[in-house]
Design a binder for this molecule. Structure first.
Ligand code: NDP
Ligand code: PYC
Length: 343
């Protein structure tokens, strides 16, 4: 699939039309209706918000993964109520989003009654942006944090060879006068998806992003993809956060570490078979002024010292544009999607 907006001629689709097209692709490649709806909604939301590394760019990867038999497209997640603040889900070797959807009502009920609840998803695949998993909690007044580990491609700080995944962390909190505060970041210097996009476009990466197959620093995305590896962001600090993600998303859930699965017998497999953790907090249990008022005050003060862009602002601007004018896809990408949909 071509990189976003690198073709002169383009088409515009509504978010709903793109979601329907993606749903058809998933159904045609062997998912259940529920899984198709969940993945299509997720992927179209990423495209809508300009999160291109996890939008329609990922569709061929989903398709080849489904075709390879690596993932269960008809997964039926098993939700287990294990403690007053702890929910577990076995994702049945399926995607993490349907597992989260299945466990969500119980998780929210527990977070509201206990003040905090944990959702531990295992035996799951996550091939998407993480913010769609946390943002909806903040839209209903809850604070949410999620981590997911991916596949070995990041060299821990001070080590010689890759071990960690790109391991993102996403956080969402409500605020009084605006969209929730949301950030979502890979703990690698750059997401693997953005390395692939840069390689296709023939662009160089910033210094400090990765190493080549000999362990030498490189700004060439192809050298990173072909035997090289990524580095954590921020040296030892990003490396520590990436280690934490491995512990929370894999050790605490019962899922695989990023280095523990072997997909070589499944050519075309792309989605990491790991785990995901969510922590949801009900801030109405806190002392003092309402949490949403306090977070609004923090934002006010940040703007007061000159901050122009909060994390999430770019996505919301792009979302507003997409909802008003539709999602722009280049002709080649749209033709590929239609072909995958059998149209
Ligand atoms: P970015 O570095 O692009 O952005 C990280 C966060 O910082 C975002 O919340 C972004 O907000 C914000 N931000 C970026 N630039 C600025 C700025 N100048 N000022 C203020 N805020 C800013 O994301 P990554 O490349 O680290 O990750 C991309 C995506 O890849 C994520 O969605 C992540 O979940 C996904 N990913 C998924 C993995 C998986 O296993 N499923 C693995 C690794 C990554 P905004 O969005 O508004 O720009
Ligand atoms: O972009 O690093 C990434 C990634 C890994 C798994 C899904 N996305």
């Amino acid at each position: 699939m071509s990189a976003p907006h690198d073709h002169a001629s383009a088409s515009t689709l509504s978010v709903e039309a793109l979601t329907r097209l993606l749903e058809t692709i998933f159904l045609r490649h062997g998912t259940s209706a529920e899984v198709a709806r969940s993945l299509a909604t997720n992927c179209a939301s990423a495209e809508r918000d300009g999160a291109h590394s996890h939008g329609v760019f990922r569709i061929p990867g989903y398709v080849s993964t489904l075709n390879s038999g690596w993932v269960n497209g008809k997964s039926v997640p098993k939700v287990e109520d294990v403690a007053s603040g702890f929910v577990r889900v076995d994702a049945d070797n399926g995607y993490a989003q349907p597992a989260l959807a299945a466990a969500r009502p119980l998780l929210v009920e527990k977070a509201r009654s206990a003040g905090i609840a944990v959702l531990a998803i295992r035996n799951s695949h996550h091939f998407a942006a993480l913010w769609p998993d946390v943002e909806p909690f903040a839209e209903e007044g809850l604070v949410a944090l999620s981590v997911v580990n991916s596949m070995t491609c990041v060299v821990p700080h001070g080590a010689d060879r890759p071990l960690f995944g790109t391991n993102p962390i996403a956080f969402a909190a409500p605020r009084a006068d605006g969209a929730p505060i949301v950030f979502d970041l890979a703990t690698s210097a750059i997401a693997h998806g953005d390395v692939q996009i840069a390689a296709r476009k023939g662009e160089k990466l910033p210094e400090g992003t990765g190493v080549d197959s000999l362990g030498q620093p490189t700004c060439d995305p192809k050298a990173i993809l072909e035997g090289g590896a990524l580095l954590p962001f921020g040296g030892h600090k990003g490396s520590a956060l990436s280690m934490m993600v491995e512990l929370l998303a894999a050790a605490l859930t019962g899922g695989n570490f990023s280095f523990e699965f072997d997909w070589k017998n499944h050519p075309g497999a792309k989605s990491p078979w790991t785990g995901q953790l969510l922590i949801v907090i009900d801030p109405s249990k806190s002392a003092g002024q309402s949490f949403a008022e306090r977070s609004q005050e923090l934002v006010r003060q940040m703007h007061g010292v000159g901050l122009k862009r909060l994390p999430g602002d770019r996505r919301h601007l792009q979302r507003a544009k997409s909802l008003a004018n539709g999602i722009v896809l280049d002709e080649q990408t749209l033709a590929q999607l239609r072909e995958l949909a059998g149209e």
